[in-house]
Write a protein that binds this ligand. Structure first.
Ligand code: BTN
Length: 323
């Protein structure tokens, strides 16, 4: 496939394909059949050979890496499945078994996609990006939460770059478009006493899902690129731009902490001044969002006028709606 792609839609002889792949001509023919079954449009003509005329919107390693401008992210193993239970689950297993930073787990669909607080993530086949990335940051465990914010900036900016959509961040990990949730990030980490073993960043992004396909209970609050723009986009292209953006943001964070990204992150937030309720493991708190500090912690002024810092939580906006 890489060879056919490299010829950019021109004819390539069966002989050349056989030579360059060290296969027999009949093995090449069989392989062409497999690719056609996977949705690639390949013309075949006697004496001319083969020609690639249509590429399906798939997230196979080949499609993701075609023009990917990263050094590490996505350049290691890409574990690809048509369907899997949860890419985060697979990524955690791979990470625990020693998979290196930059390893990616991608699926066309998930049967048990997970969100925060044990919610389900709607993951219809070929509708979105369901991807989990393994990182091994040298941060102390107390700083690992920054990666949620780093990922939110990276994905929001990449999504805006590809689709033109005005994307906002609803602290800490929801991406919003048109006042509805378009993506969510689930970060899971394994830490030792004073070091992070691994962090899995799981991204669910609704791409080519028609509005009517969302289940009734999600429809009022969820959206997709297709629903917002009326256009389907290439998920592989979006995936590449996200990986590139994420790598650049991750590098900036490794060098200078959250500070170099804070201004960009703040520009994506519309929550300062909003009245919210935050649900955390320690209980629920209601008040006004006063600020976000240098580390991305949310400062909430409660009814009694006390300021509290939160690094994570489930936010319900009571007044003041983000983009
Ligand atoms: C949230 O908003 O609650 C986070 C949603 C994260 C969903 C993604 S889809 C890919 C990865 N695998 C999972 O099981 N969950 C994350």
């Amino acid at each position: 496939m890489a060879l056919l792609k490299a010829h950019g839609g021109d004819w390539v002889s069966g002989q050349l394909l056989a030579e360059q792949t060290a296969m027999t001509r009949s093995a090449v023919w069989k392989q062409i059949g497999v690719l056609r079954e996977e949705g690639y449009g390949i013309e075949a003509l006697t004496r001319r050979g083969y020609r690639l005329c249509d590429v399906p919107d798939r997230l196979s390693p080949l499609e993701i890496r075609d023009g990917l401008g990263t050094r590490v992210l996505g350049q290691r193993e890409i574990r690809y499945a048509k369907t899997t239970e949860s890419t985060n689950q697979t990524a955690k297993e791979l990470a625990a078994a020693g998979a290196p930073e930059g390893t990616l787990v991608v699926a066309e669909g998930q049967t048990r996609g997970r969100g925060r607080l044990d919610r389900r993530w709607f993951s219809p086949p070929a509708g979105g990006l369901y991807v989990s990335l393994i990182l091994r940051p040298a941060f102390p465990p107390a700083e690992a939460h920054r990666l949620v914010l780093v990922a939110a900036v990276a994905v929001a900016e990449a999504l805006n770059g590809v689709t033109g959509l005005k994307v906002g961040v609803k602290w800490p990990n929801d991406l919003m478009a048109g006042g509805r949730k378009i993506a969510g990030i689930l970060t899971e980490a394994a830490v030792q006493m004073d070091a992070v073993d691994y962090v899995v960043i799981g991204l669910g992004l609704n791409v080519n899902i028609p509005e009517e396909q969302f289940p009734d209970e999600l429809r009022p609050a969820a959206t997709s690129v297709l629903a917002q723009t009326g256009r389907a986009v290439s998920r592989a292209l979006l995936m590449r731009r996200i990986l590139e953006s994420l790598e650049a943001c991750y590098e900036a964070c490794r060098e200078g902490g959250f500070a170099p990204l804070r201004a960009r992150w703040m520009a994506l937030m519309d929550m300062a001044g909003a009245r919210v309720s935050i649900r955390t493991m320690a209980g629920s708190f209601t008040g006004e969002v006063v600020d976000f500090d240098q580390d991305g912690f949310l400062i909430l002024r409660d009814e009694a006028g006390t300021d509290r810092r939160f690094y994570s939580g489930d936010v319900t906006l009571l007044k003041g709606v983000p983009r």
